[in-house]
Design a protein. Sequence first.
Length: 139
Amino acid sequence: MNIVAIVGRPNVGKSTLFNRLTGEKNAIIEATPGVTRDRLYGTSDWNGKSFLVIDTGGFIPGTEDTMEKAIREQAYVAIEEADVIIFVCDARDGVTPFDLDIAIKMLLLLSIKAIMKKLMLILMNFLNWVWVIHIRFRH
Ligand SMILES: Nc1nc2c(ncn2[C@@H]2O[C@H](COP(=O)(O)OP(=O)(O)OP(=O)(O)O)[C@@H](O)[C@H]2O)c(=O)[nH]1
Ligand SMILES: [Mg+2]
């Protein structure tokens, strides 16, 4: 089964998307950042396709804080496993330097071979519609 990992900085709506895709309410959603910590797995049936979804905690690059480091490591495990990475951003801010820093740090940890096998989608959240920028690494 294909694996879709949802990643991004804190509080951009990753868990909201996870619950929407899985049709359940297993992920805790809150207005405060740093709510999700561990990886959370669920299954989704979307437009006739079944896949595994992983929700991850909000990624804060470059801090030495123990909890934030642990959250980062969890996110790395998820992107390593994933066939598709949904990188969630807040459309009100656009793609920020913070987002770019996360994306680069995540991708640098993967081998080129691993990156080539994955598909990364950038999802601009907090819109009344969904705007997805589709970066295709592989057919
Ligand atoms: N208006 C609006 N609010 C949203 C949207 N998506 C999420 N939210 C709200 O944004 C807040 C954060 O959502 P979460 O899904 O918990 O965000 P997260 O990225 O999982 O946060 P962390 O786990 O802390 O990294 C919650 O109050 C949500 O209800 C959206 O598309 N529009
Ligand atoms: Mg969350």
